[in-house]
Design a protein around this ligand. Structure first.
Ligand SMILES: O=C(O)CCC(=O)C(=O)O
Ligand SMILES: [Fe+2]
Length: 350
């Protein structure tokens, strides 16, 4: 990434990636983050990522095996595809549909809810990264959805007209899903079922990010999203039918298959801390695509602000000494490092 010129903030502010594509522009330097050679060096396999059936996880007769599968998925990969997770396919399709309709609107319509360059919430790109860092070939709409008093209704799209109702319904279902996921993770580690839920706290945050990855004439030069690990507790990702998300595992990139009724559950750094390093927060990235645009919807589940979290006592012993300290508002620290293209988890190490 050397030799990249300083990103002019006005350029970030004034233009969406989607606009550049509509104008037939090639990716300008701040977006170019790799060369042909590194693009070709992408061994990828897709069928290995574990699928966890939540119906089995809570079935008295089948649960043992499925819990073991969950534990192994999270210790090897740090993520899994969840099926029978309690959110209907109809709702998942509606979420994809309103997201698509939102991004397909004319630019002026979307710009009504544009974010400022240093803000997180609203329509646009991430706040400007540090000098020398590349930009992602994507546009996004970020919104705080829970707790309700953190919502900024003026940033919730009015079009398509069903957007708000669908988002409201999806938020309720994702709250239920976090409940199931946190309990299942605890059980898979032989811990008290509610231990992670109480670390997250009643007022744990849900923040949604609708990602729109425009087609790119030079997918070999850019990335839809640069390699990173999430600063959340964990993240629940809904994909459309276009592949692009890759998880780094055993020194290779693995493409996450698209399964229409599945949700990808991916550990963030804070879950790595709470599980004392047993479950890893995986590095992941999104490739650009020359033929089809891609939409994904990421729901970040993050412990309540100001709440201290740390390794579960039951996971600390002589064989597995404590690897992490207690931390508070870790997502803020994570963000500062992210802007420099770095991971942050070392700051929490003992
Ligand atoms: O687009 C995706 O599938 C992944 C998105 C993601 O990793 C993120 O928003 O942090
Ligand atoms: Fe991510």
């Amino acid at each position: 990434m050397e030799g990249i010129s300083v990103v002019p903030v006005e350029a970030l502010l004034s233009k969406r990636v989607q606009e550049m594509v509509q104008n037939g522009e090639e990716p300008p330097p701040p977006y170019v983050c790799r060369d042909d050679e590194s693009a070709q060096n992408v061994p990828s396999a897709s069928s290995l990522l574990p699928i966890i059936d939540f119906k089995l996880l809570f079935s008295p007769t089948k649960q043992k095996e499925e819990l073991q599968k969950l534990r192994s998925a999270l210790s090897c990969w740090g993520c899994f595809q969840a099926i029978n997770h309690g959110t209907s396919s109809t709702l998942l399709d509606k979420v994809r549909q309103v997201a698509r309709e939102f991004f397909e609107q004319p630019m002026e319509q979307k710009k009504i809810i544009s974010k400022g360059v240093e803000e997180f919430e609203g329509y646009g790109a991430d706040p400007a990264p540090e000098e020398g860092q590349s930009l992602d070939w994507s546009d996004r709409l970020c919104l705080d959805v829970y707790p309700e008093d953190r919502r900024k209704p003026s940033l919730w799209p009015e079009n398509p007209s069903s957007f708000r109702d669908v988002l409201e319904e999806y938020t309720v279902k994702m709250r239920e899903a976090t409940n199931l996921i946190s309990r299942a993770i605890a059980k898979s580690l032989d811990l008290e079922e509610k231990c992670f839920m109480s670390q997250f706290g009643e007022q744990a945050l849900l923040q949604i990010r609708f990602n729109y990855y425009s087609c790119c004439t030079r997918p070999d030069l850019v990335l839809g999203l640069k390699p990173h690990a999430d600063g959340s507790g964990y993240t629940i990702i809904l994909q459309d039918d276009v592949e692009g998300l890759q998880v780094h595992h055993d020194g290779k990139w693995f493409t996450v298959p698209t399964i229409s009724h599945a949700l990808l559950v991916l550990m963030g750094d804070q879950m790595e801390i709470m599980t004392n390093g047993i479950f890893k927060s995986p590095v992941h990235r999104v490739l650009a695509n020359s033929e089809r645009e891609r939409i994904s919807v990421a729901m970040f589940y993050t412990p309540e602000p100001n709440k201290e979290i740390g390794p579960e006592q039951g996971l600390v012993n002589e064989e597995q000494p404590k690897l992490f300290m207690k931390v508070k508002d870790y997502a803020d620290t994570h963000w500062k490092y992210y802007q420099r293209g770095m991971r942050a988890i070392h700051v929490a190490r003992v």
